[in-house]
Design a protein around this ligand. Structure first.
Ligand SMILES: [Zn+2]
Length: 55
């Protein structure tokens, strides 16, 4: 028997990798979005930009 330790079938890393921080260029609201169609939750604007994760 080969013990490989904990190796979950479900990969939550994929979800976390897609979760990016955005900033709205219209109202400067910062939020975290998922996917390609991300809109500002505050003003529903699509004029957003991706913010790099804080260190
Ligand atoms: Zn906004």
């Amino acid at each position: 028997m080969c013990m490989v330790g904990d190796a979950p079938e479900f990969s939550t890393e994929d979800i976390e990798m897609d979760l990016k921080e955005y900033v709205c260029l219209d109202c400067e609201n910062k939020f975290k979005g998922l996917g390609k169609k991300v809109v500002c939750p505050a003003c529903k604007s699509r004029n957003i930009d991706i913010v790099k994760a804080e260190t």
